[in-house]
Design a protein around this ligand. Structure first.
Ligand code: GAL
Length: 796
């Protein structure tokens, strides 16, 4: 664990440049930009929380905070490494305390706090009084704080991270966190905000595109109004739809006088014939600005983002905007090394970028719970379709547990129904047999809240999956976790069930092929994973009745199911650091070569045991590969089209002599040389590399970026067989989210850490990596004040 991660209170304040007064007073709650123009997310409650283990009285207003440590959100309650997580380290109750100051004027306003995700249960106290509690770690909740007083206030959150809670996916009557396949460390691990909201406010806007493929397309608006003062005059609710900064259409409704309470207002905006449709290749989004006015006075405004697309699962496959699209994708768990789930928006967004831009996925399954909204926003922006599902894994709990399923369906659908990327709701607990009655309820609820999307739920191959749809069910897509191909057997998929929409929601994982796929495993094992992924997608592409296939899985993740392997599941096509394994090369090779021409050998050019196997694979989207040793042409790679007849870009095979020479592969599209890759067999030129994903961050205490530390050959290719220890030191105003020593023999030549600037003044963070024998590499990241204009070097 990094030395910066558990700073003492004093060290933290010094390092972050903040004074004690700031820590005690904490955040000053921002008012609205003026009455009637509130920003509901006025202040991120990120920095200066005081944190510690629960003890009696810890939520009281006058609790002695001396032994608490300052922390920033998002936060995980325990230090973690990249593997070997111990649930006992987070299975407890914890206290977070946040001081904030409210001006006399604002004390009379409507103040509320919002928590995007607290694992697992939360009890929120204001100035020592319990004001709200929430169960479940994956969905947001809001707390109105009418009791705020002018001056210092204290918000205390008791976080319960124990497995015993009767909340999905936990199963309290079963042995403990290792009975499900992913660990869930506790904490306030997603953003939290506090701010004033108008007395009459829009609590929700659902903007649902209708008749999308017709020029008469429209937007159906369902707006939830909530007022704490009676409104005597009629209210005007208006909506303006714009795309790329240009207004396309407007609509409005009038609501009669409103008593204290809530009201649902529905109306339609037509005239949207000019809208550009949202598509995976062209994810054109629209902004819908909804305002509530009383006469000339604007009481509230909310902007939601939507996309016009028609997504249809049919018995003959999946269609987007009337065009057949074979869904090509992976499952994603949200867990990261060192931080559990507590990674900020930028890091969440990066996962979507990896899936869409680097692995060419058209769809991701958020297995097995609702994931961060930053991740979903990026799916909208990049054209990555999403399956989202309620928390759960393998079994269902008691009646109270199943009631929570219903609350989760409701909270998930309401939170996310404006995302065009989401095309199906998983309203069934993953692979649980459960009762038909329960699925009818959850499916029906999702349909009520969002009539525009089908519901489904992944069925298991191993737990008596019922392949028949229950009569009268609302479940519309038959989703199957297809592990038909068990270890040792030739790879196959179950035939699609005729007459129903059919999607493969999992396949391969560690149930076919090998038990683990690590960079430290033999080349043949890593290659087998790549071949299985290619085969699975080839089979899914062979038959139009498969809507597509979402393989298991994108990234390695910590799991109690694999205690023999240090509590990690090595099923990812990329490792837990998001560093690609050879199986990722298959996905990388399935994109258009005009966008990115890819040549990736499926073998390491390191002359290790069994090297090089005859017919070794090269993954590529080129038409032809010419192979050279020491710049002498040794052959043309053979296409493996016959083995993968349905892949867009089948791999190639080469037979190479074990000459310790430099390998060069030239890739051609038609007659044009589009890419040259070189691989060095000479380890004498290997170097240590240390590369950040971003060179500029915000100094808001939450922002962070990954730095990949690896051994590479002289041409930049990862040397997976490299070993040695790398020690890391960070200078500058920030913390190292990661181990200070990386053991490359254990991680396979590469690993990563994350840099997280402190909230406070800008500065420069310099990470120095020292390898036993390969010397030093450094990387530098600039932390800028939030709101400062980034330079072009920063990824958006
Ligand atoms: C599936 C399950 C996944 C994962 C996989 C094994 O049955 O749905 O969550 O555990 O097996 O790799």
């Amino acid at each position: 664990m990094a030395d910066g991660r558990r700073l003492s209170r004093r060290g933290f304040l010094a390092a972050s440049g903040a004074g004690l007064a700031a820590a005690v007073v904490g955040t000053t709650v921002a008012g609205s930009a003026g009455m009637g123009e509130p920003d509901p997310d006025a202040v991120r409650l990120g920095d200066f929380w005081l944190f510690g283990r629960y003890e009696d009285g810890c939520a009281d207003a006058d609790f002695d905070e001396e032994d608490l440590s300052p922390v920033q959100l998002p936060h995980c309650v325990t230090p973690l490494s990249w593997t070997g997580w111990q649930p006992s380290s987070w299975q407890d109750r914890w206290i977070y305390r946040k001081h904030f100051t409210v001006s006399p004027a604002m004390a009379s306003e409507r103040v509320r706090a919002r928590f995007d995700g607290v694992m697992t249960n939360a009890a929120v106290y204001l100035n020592g009084t319990l004001v709200a509690s929430h169960n479940g770690g994956y969905l947001p909740f809001e707390v109105e704080l009418p009791q705020v007083t002018a001056g210092d206030n204290i918000l205390a959150v008791v976080v319960d991270g124990r497995w015993q809670l009767d909340v999905p996916p936990n199963l309290p009557r079963m042995d403990g966190p290792s009975v499900i396949d992913f660990y869930q460390p506790a904490g306030i691990y997603r953003p939290a905000t506090i701010g004033t909201v108008p007395r009459t406010r829009l609590t929700d806007v659902f903007a649902c595109p209708a008749d999308v493929l017709s020029p008469a397309r429209s937007l159906r608006l369902t707006c939830e109004l909530d007022t704490t003062t009676a409104i005597a005059e009629p209210l005007q609710v208006t909506a303006s739809v714009s795309q790329a900064g240009r207004e396309l259409a407007q609509g409005a409704a009038t609501v009669g006088p409103m008593p204290v309470g809530t009201k649902t207002v529905t109306f339609e905006v037509g005239g949207l014939g000019a809208v550009r449709l949202w598509d995976v290749e062209d994810p054109a989004l629209c902004d819908v600005t909804v305002s509530v006015r009383s006469g000339p006075r604007r009481l509230d405004q909310r902007v939601v983002r939507v996309g016009f697309r028609e997504a249809r699962f049919t018995a003959d496959g999946f269609f987007l905007n009337g065009r057949r699209l074979k869904l090509f994708g992976l499952n994603r768990h949200q867990w990261y090394p060192f931080a559990g789930g507590a990674m900020p928006d930028r890091v969440q967004r990066r996962d979507a970028e990896i899936l869409r831009r680097e692995l060419n996925c058209t769809m991701v399954r958020c297995s097995h719970y609702p994931q961060s909204t930053a991740f979903l926003d990026t799916c909208d922006e990049l054209g990555l379709l999403v399956w989202e599902e309620i928390p759960g894994w393998g079994r269902v709990g008691d009646a109270a547990w199943q009631q929570q399923n219903l609350r989760d369906v409701s909270a998930m659908v309401v939170r996310d129904r404006n995302h065009p990327s989401i095309v199906v709701w998983g309203t069934r607990v993953n692979e649980a047999t459960g009762t038909t009655e329960m699925y009818l309820k959850t499916g029906k609820l999702a349909k009520q809240l969002d009539p525009s999307r089908p519901t489904s739920g992944a069925l298991a191959s191993t737990t008596g999956a019922r392949l028949a749809l229950p009569p009268g069910t609302d479940e519309q897509v038959l989703a199957y976790n297809d592990y038909t191909a068990r270890r040792g057997a030739p790879f196959q998929l179950k035939a699609p069930r005729p007459g129903v929409p059919y999607l493969v929601t999992e396949s391969i994982g560690t149930l076919a092929g090998a038990r683990a796929y690590r960079r430290t495993d033999p080349n043949a094992t890593r290659q087998q994973q790549a071949e299985l992924h290619a085969k699975a997608h080839d089979l899914a592409a062979a038959d139009d009745r498969y809507s597509g296939l979402l393989a298991w899985c994108a990234f390695d993740y910590p799991s109690g199911w694999q205690r023999s392997m240090g509590g990690s599941k090595f099923a990812g096509v990329s490792d837990i650091f998001r560093i690609p394994k050879p199986a990722a090369a298959f996905y990388a090779s399935q994109g258009d070569p005009r966008v990115r021409a890819v040549v990736e050998t499926g073998f390491a050019w390191d002359f290790g045991a069994g090297f090089p196997a005859p017919g070794a694979t090269i993954w590529s989207n080129c038409d032809r590969l010419e192979v050279f040793l020491a710049d002498r042409h040794v052959g043309t790679a053979r296409s493996r089209r016959a083995e993968f007849p349905h892949l867009r870009y089948p791999p190639f095979a080469v037979d190479l002599p074990p000459a310790r020479a430099e390998l060069r592969v030239d890739g051609y599209v038609g007659d044009r040389l589009v890419v040259t890759r070189r691989y060095s067999g000479d380890r004498a030129h290997d170097v240590l590399s240390c590369v950040p994903d971003d060179t500029e961050l915000r100094s808001d205490g939450a922002d962070a970026t990954r730095v990949v530390v690896s051994v590479i050959d002289r041409y930049g290719t990862l040397r997976a067989s490299a070993s040695g220890k790398v020690s890391l030191t960070l200078t500058g105003p920030g913390e190292l989210v990661g181990d200070t020593t990386l053991d490359l023999a254990a991680t396979g030549g590469a690993a990563a850490v994350w840099l997280r600037p402190f909230a406070g003044p800008p500065g420069t963070l310099t990470l120095t990596a020292r390898h036993d024998s390969l010397g030093v590499a450094t990387s530098t990241v600039t932390a800028r004040a939030p709101g400062a204009t980034p330079t072009s070097a920063t990824r958006p």
